[in-house]
Structure formats: structure tokens, C-alpha cells
Write a protein that binds this ligand. Structure first.
Ligand code: SF4
Ligand code: SF4
Length: 277
């Protein structure tokens, strides 16, 4: 019997408007569909790489179809960064299993997405239209807390380490061979996309950013990003913008630490008052 294909349905975030209804409709229509195993999981970008959900995704064998509100490039590299084996489908021949990344967005049509999945199943089964029985639908995994960190497109990254030298928050590091590591992803400042603007290869994505070029849209080129920015910000240099964004994030941290220091002092004074000192 031909091998089943696994479909991972990544829960949209509440700030992905219009996608939740699409995800529900797809989950309903995919459940028990012949030739497929469906797993509905918390938003892929928010999953901890060492957590049980990502571990179970790593253990899935055979081709994968991933439905997510992220751009396909961001979905793929989020999975790869978490150690999920496979190559991006339709990018030439590869010995690795294929990962198909389909984007859920407000304008997407559930019927069209189901048609794409049917074509993927038929292709995997050598054109057979009646592949094996479907698997059981899997309940959504527990919602994860919302994370914010850079995702690197390793096919684009040249290893120049400009991002490492630019970031002041210890997000990046190097491995034993001198290659780029995302050492402390959660040290990245929420909402800050600064280093994506200084990467010469356009390799750094922030999948939840509103700008498609920063979020991983393949069609939004690096040159396009720079052009759009200069139009939007009256000729501002992207590196100047990036420095301003990074420094704003740093100032916000310092302000928070100052106010925390003040709170601690207030607590101490209260304690001393209570002790009648
Ligand atoms: S700046 Fe870009 S190309 Fe250079 S190491 Fe960082 S991600 Fe890679
Ligand atoms: S976005 Fe800002 S905080 Fe996050 S890795 Fe880049 S420079 Fe560092």
C-alpha cells in the first residue's frame, strides 16, 4: 500500500485575521480523508524546538504537507531550524523527503488548497486516485506562548556574521566551525526586525512581521525591500533604520530595568517600614 502523507495544520495566531475560519474548515474537510494523516498543532513558529510537539513532527516519516499562516519560506526554515528533516518540495530532485508548505491567508480558498493537497497525494502515489485509508484526526496541541525570533534562510545565508556583530542582545552566536547560530532566540526583542534590514543576503526573516519582505515572502526581493523602505521613509538608508530600531529596543530594556530597580527599592523601603527600622 502506498505510504500516507502527513498534513500538519499550524494554528493561526489571533492576530492572523480571517485565517482561523479557513483552518477550521480545512481541519474538518481533511479529517479522515483517504491517504492523509492530519495533525493540528499550535502555531509552528511558537513551538519550542525541544518540546514534545516538535519532537513528534521530527519523527514523522514520509512526505509532509504543512498548512500555516506563515509564508512558505518562513515555514520551511522554521521547521529546518528545529531539526525537521526534508527539502522544500518542487525545488528539484532530492533524496530527502519532500516538505510542501502551503500558506493560509484571508483570501485563500479552502477548495483550492484541498485541490493542491489532492494533487500532492496523487503525485506521491504515482497518479493513483484512491490511495490508502486516512488516519485519525489529531486534536490541536495546547496553545504555545507567542514568540519572536529571527529565522534564517540557510540557502541564502553567506555566513558573513554581520547580524552577530550588529545585535546587542546576544541572540546570535557561532558554532565550533565558525558558522552562524541562533544561540538565544528568545533574547530577541519582541517586534524588533532590525537585523533583517542589515543582512546583505536577505536571509533573516521575522515570520510574524507585517512587511512581507521581512516575513519571508519569496516574491518580495531584497532590492524591493530596500526600495520600498527608501520610498516609505523618504530615502532613509535601511542600515540607519535598523540601527534606530535596535537602539530603541535597547532603550526600552534599560527603561524597564530602571523601573524594576525603582520597584525593588520601594519594596525594600516597605519591608523596612514593616520592621520598624
Ligand atoms: S547577516 Fe545574513 S548572510 Fe550574514 S550571517 Fe547573518 S544571516 Fe547570514
Ligand atoms: S531583531 Fe534586534 S534583537 Fe532581534 S536578533 Fe535582530 S538585532 Fe537582535
Amino acid at each position: 500500500m502506498p505510504e500516507n502523507i502527513s498534513v500538519i495544520l499550524s494554528e493561526p495566531r489571533p492576530d492572523d485575521p480571517g485565517v482561523e475560519a479557513l483552518a477550521d474548515s480545512l481541519a474538518e474537510r481533511l479529517a479522515g480523508r483517504p491517504g492523509l494523516r492530519l495533525a493540528r498543532v499550535a502555531n509552528l513558529y511558537d513551538l519550542e524546538p525541544a518540546g514534545p510537539v516538535m519532537e513528534s513532527i521530527r519523527r514523522i516519516e514520509g512526505d509532509l504537507v504543512v498548512l500555516s499562516a506563515l509564508y512558505p519560506r518562513a515555514t520551511f526554515w522554521t521547521l529546518k531550524t528545529a531539526g525537521v528533516p526534508g527539502c522544500l518540495a518542487d525545488r528539484g530532485e532530492s533524496a530527502e523527503r519532500a516538505i510542501w508548505c502551503l500558506r493560509l491567508h484571508p483570501g485563500a480558498d479552502a477548495g483550492e488548497i484541498l485541490g493542491q493537497i489532492d494533487r500532492i497525494v496523487a503525485r506521491a502515489h504515482g497518479g493513483a486516485t484512491t490511495p490508502g485509508p486516512g488516519g485519525q484526526p489529531v486534536r490541536p496541541s495546547a496553545p504555545a506562548h507567542q514568540r519572536w525570533y529571527p529565522v534564517i534562510d540557510r540557502q541564502r545565508c553567506s555566513g558573513c556574521l554581520e547580524c552577530l556583530n550588529f545585535c546587542l542582545f546576544g541572540v546570535y552566536g557561532v558554532d565550533a566551525a565558525g558558522g552562524l547560530l541562533i544561540e538565544q532566540p528568545d533574547a530577541c526583542r519582541a517586534g524588533c526586525p532590525a537585523c533583517s534590514r542589515i543582512c546583505p543576503e536577505g536571509a533573516i526573516m521575522f515570520p510574524q512581521h507585517v512587511d512581507p519582505a521581512i516575513a519571508g515572502d519569496d516574491k518580495a526581493s531584497l532590492e524591493g525591500l530596500k526600495l520600498d523602505l527608501s520610498q516609505l521613509f523618504a530615502g532613509a538608508d535601511p542600515s540607519v533604520m535598523a540601527t534606530a530600531e535596535r537602539d530603541r529596543a535597547l532603550a526600552a530594556v534599560e527603561t524597564r530595568e530602571d523601573s524594576r530597580g525603582g520597584d525593588q527599592l520601594d519594596d525594600l523601603v516597605d519591608e523596612m517600614d514593616e520592621m520598624d527600622l
